[in-house]
Design a protein around this ligand. Structure first.
Ligand SMILES: Nc1ncnc2c1ncn2[C@@H]1O[C@H](COP(=O)(O)OP(=O)(O)O)[C@@H](O)[C@H]1O
Ligand SMILES: CC(=O)OP(=O)(O)O
Ligand SMILES: [Mg+2]
Length: 407
């Protein structure tokens, strides 16, 4: 079975075509700058890399370009679209309704649309992607895999905010948590690497990419996570503030004459390490290089970034009344020995953790990086959200097919 995985952002589409018989990616790519002059498609087929520079006005045009690339004689990996058996979509916000992945129907689309007000940056492009794919690949089954689903296991003591209860009832204001597909995958892999049942482990998964979140995964279930009502809460990110005193919002609005939209934009796009470095860098590689070279602004930004991660790890060790393993993942977590070393050696010694610095000196490896006698294990686990989406898609589509056969 071949599954096409689609992740539609506001101005980008990430995709992967997977052969599920052996779970390998046949082709993958990224289309950027949709609706902005200078659109660019980067496509990979095995080790071969291609780049197409052509303006793309909207998501439908973008998906059309991606599909034509997949069936192209030179760049493609399939003869025609009939080889695509199913499509799996990343959908960021599933609200309280979706605790697992679902086959997309008109009703499901309506529900995702109804949740769009909870994730105005993420859900509308996800819906556009689903609708465009349905038009371009009519009759091909489609599945939605939600970032929020894995965290639906949280208890009300973890997901409720201490604001008047009526706002939860009226607007569903609560912690949802995101990156659930990644936290789920990384926790499961951690158990496999440690050769222990997931149901017996207390794992802290540290997903730090451009967006960043931490989850406390107790016995296979998410019991708490740092992102909240939106993907803005929690850790410091590339351009997002993470936790701040909520009183700063109206204060700044009044002082600077900002609208709700403008302050939201500042907290999402101009804050995080970008804000801390006076608008210079949002990429952790640049900040890390600067910090190592002795630039005081980069050093401070890095210190604040790692300190926040360490505080959350401490909080989640408390929330689970212990921790067996801490797994680093995503762009920064997988690729930065410097970040992992600083977090672990500066702040986590009290947990009985010792880092094996030789093992830690590794990029995108899947391994244990703590010493043999470390009481808590520390790991690097490269995430694979696309594979989880494809697996869920395959499972749901096959289940439906089997059910159909019964009739
Ligand atoms: N070698 C590295 N050292 C530090 N940070 C890195 C390294 N490689 C990638 N990154 C960081 O990873 C980020 C991208 O992570 P990723 O998980 O792909 O993010 P997203 O999915 O949110 O776009 C980049 O912005 C960069 O800061
Ligand atoms: C939900 C979220 O923050 O996603 P990303 O890290 O892809 O921005
Ligand atoms: Mg990501």
């Amino acid at each position: 079975m071949k599954v096409l995985v689609i992740n539609c952002g506001s101005s980008s589409i990430k995709y992967q075509l997977l052969e599920m018989d052996n779970e390998t990616a046949l082709a993958k790519g990224l289309l950027e700058r949709i609706g902005i002059p200078g659109s660019r498609l980067k496509h990979k087929k095995g080790a071969d890399k291609y780049e197409i520079n052509r303006d793309v006005a909207n998501h439908k045009e973008g998906l059309n370009l991606i599909i034509s690339t997949l069936i192209d004689e030179k760049m493609g990996v399939i003869r025609d679209t009939s080889e695509i058996d199913a499509v799996g979509h990343r959908v960021v916000h599933g609200g309280e309704l979706f605790a697992s992945s679902v086959r997309i129907t008109d009703r499901v689309i309506k529900e995702i649309e109804a949740n769009a007000f909870l994730a105005p940056l993420h859900n509308p492009p996800n819906i556009q992607g689903i609708k465009a794919t349905m038009e371009l690949l009519p009759g091909v089954p489609q599945v939605a895999v939600f970032d929020t689903a894995f965290h639906q296991s949280m208890d009300s003591k973890a997901y409720l905010y201490a604001i008047p209860y009526e706002y939860y009832e009226k607007y569903k204001i609560r912690r949802y948590g995101f990156h659930g597909t990644s936290h789920r995958y990384v926790a499961a892999r951690t158990a496999v690497i440690l050769k222990k049942p997931l149901e017996e482990l207390k794992i802290i998964t540290v997903h730090i990419g451009n967006g960043a979140s931490i989850a406390a995964v107790k016995h296979g279930k998410s019991i708490d996570t740092s992102m909240g009502f939106t993907p803005l809460e929690g850790l410091i990110m590339g351009t997002r503030s993470g936790d701040i005193d909520p009183a700063i919002v109206p204060f700044l609005q009044e002082q600077e004459g900002l609208s709700p939209k403008e302050i939201t934009e500042i907290l999402n796009k101009k804050s995080g390490v970008l804000g801390l470095t006076r608008g210079q860098y949002s990429d952790m590689r640049e900040i890390e290089d600067g910090a190592i070279a002795g630039d005081p602004i980069c050093k401070l930004a890095h210190d604040i970034y790692e300190y926040r991660i360490a505080k959350y790890i401490g909080a989640y060790a408390a929330a689970m009344n212990g921790v067996d393993a801490i797994s680093f993942t995503a762009g920064v977590g997988e690729n930065s020995p410097y970040l992992r070393k600083n977090v672990v050696t500066k702040y986590l010694g009290y947990l009985g953790i010792t880092l094996d610095e030789k093992e830690n000196d590794c990029k995108a490896c899947e391994k244990i990086i703590s010493t043999h006698d470390s009481t808590v294990k520390v790991l690097i686990v490269p995430t694979n959200e696309e594979l989880v989406i494809a697996r869920d898609t395959k499972e749901i589509v096959e289940k439906n097919l089997n059910e159909l056969k019964l009739w």
